[in-house]
Design a protein. Structure first.
Length: 158
């Protein structure tokens, strides 16, 4: 009598559903992520105000300026406020050439009429003197921008 030896079979789990579910989760989190915060700079501590609320309609063209201080690890601040421009920190008084360049780029992309509809959104640290923000707005008006928006954190927000 001849016995057949059965080869041991290894049962492997099908990983296809797991991979599908992983990609579905990635797609879900990409959709629900708040991309509005991508222009925020964590170095800017917004002031709180009970009247602060987001705009009802999203702005079409806007330039976001994050104004704040360079803080040390102990919390002390730098000598003056800076604009946190991508890749560098620029003093408010020295920002006019960059703002002029933003106006020129916007004018070439959208035309003069649309550029005047561009909103300069200023996210300023609560410790920045009001006069510096006024200088920044005046600088923008001299260049040709018309619309400005100041951002504050709602007191209801955590």
């Amino acid at each position: 009598m001849k016995f057949k030896h059965a080869k041991p079979t290894i049962v492997e789990a099908d990983m296809t559903p797991m991979i599908d579910m992983t990609f579905q989760l990635i797609a879900f989190f990409m959709i629900v992520t708040n991309f509005d915060q991508t222009q925020a700079d964590e170095r800017v501590k917004l002031p709180a105000d009970r009247l602060a609320r987001p705009p009802k309609v999203a702005r079409e063209n806007e330039i976001v300026l994050n104004v704040g201080f360079l803080r040390n690890s102990d919390g002390s601040v730098s000598s003056g406020p800076f604009i946190f421009y991508p890749g560098e920190d620029i003093r408010v008084a020295d920002f006019e050439p960059r703002l002029r360049r933003e106006f020129t780029i916007s004018e070439k992309q959208h035309g003069l009429e649309k550029t005047q509809d561009t909103t300069i959104k200023i996210r300023s640290d609560g410790d920045v003197p009001t006069g510096m923000i006024q200088e920044l707005i005046k600088m923008g008006k001299d260049i040709g921008f018309v619309k400005f928006a100041l951002v504050a954190k709602s007191e209801d927000d955590p």
